[in-house]
Design a protein. Structure first.
Length: 436
């Protein structure tokens, strides 16, 4: 079997005005849908980051992809990632001041490979009539739990005014509880994540306390300010939310850098607080993991098949974390149904992934979904592995064409939350780390 065609579809999907320490989400999120076809007519699909740069990086791999046997993934990895697989020989380093979520320049090749690998695994699953999770080693769960991913937000439903605003403005603890109630009622989530780093830490502490008061101890809580706090503030928040975050929850990327998180951990432990620290900013690749562990900076690594180099790399990460005595959870970005299923399959095949995964899926709408049958359904906060070969999704080509049309109509080609913040909220806004 040989890959005979690579198709890339750039799409735009409505995204509500969600806030984070990076700034404000634009009215549109960009995604790239990757289609591979084989000479015997099997189609594999995947979904990845959108805009010009990820598309160009995939386009540049065309010569390595066409004519390749989709089963030969290690060779493809070697070709796409080469010596940079560990990330050590890519110039530029990382600058946390301008990166947007899920973007570390050192991970560029891993992101490109991931999009190709997932489409190849979809082909392999279809070729052997097995779901992808069973192709990559077998599932340890049939349904994967996801968390309610709460954001502070401005009023608006995304797009350019033509999308319904399901949640309204959410800029207070009371409004966040309302948002959570709505999301839990609709999807059945049993774990809750708050994207913080937006309002004064005292307000965010009050938000977590209000969520605990409303939902009780059976709903583990996590907060992720994306490095907006200093070490001192991180320790203060960790102390204030000691009880709320310790039972099955975590404190995610409170401050910048592995060294900062190590200091936070040390100071919290000295106060008898064992709340685990999680990261998808200080730790974004395998080479970061041993150091994060040696410095006791991170106890839970946040995987994501889109930037960790695909599903098999996430499985290696799962095993590495298990060996090192670390936990594993999953990060997400704005996404559609193909990514939803890719995340579900890999989470089903990682024994060590014992937290509910993040997903932005509730923030996207039926109107923009590009898989046949519409939105992926949740049952009691979980997504079930479809009883179908491969990822279990088929593209709806009419919907895909609408997504491409939206993309062509807009000028946005790279996510820039800081620019959106200046445009809509504060003309002088800058991302400052730490802000508090
Ligand atoms: Mg995060």
């Amino acid at each position: 079997m040989k890959i005979s065609n690579l198709k890339l579809h750039s799409v735009a999907i409505a995204d509500p005005p969600l806030r984070s320490s990076y700034g404000l989400h634009a009215p549109w999120a960009l995604r790239t849908i990757v289609e591979l076809e084989t000479d015997d007519g099997i189609k594999g699909v995947s979904e990845t980051y959108g805009g010009d740069a990820p598309r160009a990086a995939l386009e540049a791999m065309r010569e390595f992809v066409i004519g390749r046997d989709p089963f030969q993934l290690a060779g493809l990895y070697q070709q796409v990632c080469g010596k940079s697989a560990g990330g050590r020989d890519v110039p530029g380093g990382r600058s946390q001041t301008w990166l947007v979520p899920g973007e570390n320049p050192l991970d560029q090749h891993n992101r490109t490979f991931a999009a190709l690998e997932i489409a190849c695994l979809d082909i392999i699953g279809k070729a052997v009539s097995q779901p992808v999770c069973d192709v990559i080693g077998g599932r340890v769960r049939d349904a994967v739990p996801f968390s309610a991913y709460l954001f502070y937000k401005h009023a608006g439903g995304g797009g350019e005014g033509q999308y319904a605003d399901e949640y309204g403005e959410v800029l207070t603890p009371e409004a966040t509880v309302r948002e959570c109630r709505q999301m839990v009622k609709q999807y059945g989530f049993r774990e809750i994540k708050l994207k913080g780093g937006v309002l004064e830490p005292a307000v965010e502490i009050a938000t977590i306390q209000a969520l605990r008061a409303e939902f009780g101890k059976d709903y583990p809580l996590r907060i992720d300010p994306n490095c907006a706090w200093s070490v001192d503030t991180s320790v203060k928040v960790g102390e204030a939310l000691h009880e709320e975050l310790s039972a099955g929850g975590y404190l995610e990327d409170p401050c910048p850098e592995i060294e900062g998180m190590s200091e936070v951990r040390k100071r919290l432990l000295a106060k008898g607080i064992h709340t685990p620290l999680a990261s998808n900013v200080a730790v974004t690749q395998m080479a970061d993991v041993p150091r994060a562990r040696d410095l006791d900076a991170v106890q839970i690594v946040l995987s994501d098949p889109h930037y960790w180099g695909g599903m098999r790399q996430v499985q290696y990460l799962s095993h590495l974390c298990e060996v090192l005595g670390m936990g594993l959870s999953m990060h997400s970005n704005s996404h559609l149904g193909v990514s939803m299923l890719a995340m579900t399959h890999v989470a089903a095949a990682c024994p060590n992934l014992t937290f509910a995964c993040d997903t932005h899926y509730p923030w996207q709408t039926e109107k923009d979904e590009i898989v046949e049958g519409g939105r992926i359904r949740f049952e009691n906060g979980t997504v079930r592995i479809p009883d179908k070969p491969g990822l279990g999704v088929t593209l709806d080509y009419d919907q895909l064409a609408r997504g491409r049309e939206r993309y062509e109509k807009i000028t946005l080609r790279k996510r820039d939350d800081e620019a959106e913040m200046r445009k809509h909220v504060d003309p002088n806004w800058k991302r400052i780390l730490p802000r508090w």
